[in-house]
Ligand binder design. Sequence first.
Ligand SMILES: Nc1ncnc2c1ncn2[C@@H]1O[C@H](COP(=O)(O)OP(=O)(O)OP(=O)(O)O)[C@@H](O)[C@H]1O
Length: 213
Amino acid sequence: MSDSVITLRDVKKNYQGIPILDVPSLEIPAGIHWLQGQNGAGKTTCMKVIAGLIPFSGEILLQQQVSSKKDPVTLRRLINYAEAEPLFPSFLTGRDLLSLYINTKGGDKDWITDIVDILGIQGYIDNPVSSYSSGMLKKLSLLLAFTGNPALILLDEPLITIDTAAVDTLYNLIREKNNEGVSFIITSHQPFDEQKITLTGKLIVADKTITRN
Ligand SMILES: Nc1ncnc2c1ncn2[C@@H]1O[C@H](COP(=O)(O)OP(=O)(O)OP(=O)(O)O)[C@@H](O)[C@H]1O
């Protein structure tokens, strides 16, 4: 695997003409990165740009090979994203969403089923997501971010609303997948337990740009 997981080249993102991100050049090495910045600095915008979920100008390269310009579909398949405050169509059940993700993204179904059990989602997986509490919804959304065979997983505020047992499970999942070569970019306003995951470095979003620290 290339040492670089994500490269940004002249990436610019505006909302209604207002510049939010302007990153001339950034290379992010493989590993586990903590994306930091003040409220409104542009962390979520940065994740949505990298995940290919919102339009932007410039180019993103995954592992110096897969280009957002030339191969956006492959790029999206290899990058998973869990939103800070997930929203899903209310009439779908957790199982509907899980099946949809597994069918679209592939990956190891048995491994995912084991995680459903470990996270304790099996008790409500057949209920519509409209009946889920915010923590239940968050666990489901984190689980969905681990489906398929991603090269990079983006987790936006994964520690909020989940209980301490789920936080430990999440740390274990991150460690396990990182050992298999998956990289992570994670935002959190709370510090990580660095006894449980080893961070590669920090990415700071400020003044519309992103710097490595
Ligand atoms: N859909 C949108 N339309 C217009 N402006 C937006 C939109 N989404 C975000 N913004 C603006 O872009 C800027 C960056 O927002 P973003 O959500 O990326 O920040 P953040 O660093 O994730 O913040 P927080 O720590 O509060 O979650 C903010 O000024 C915000 O108001």
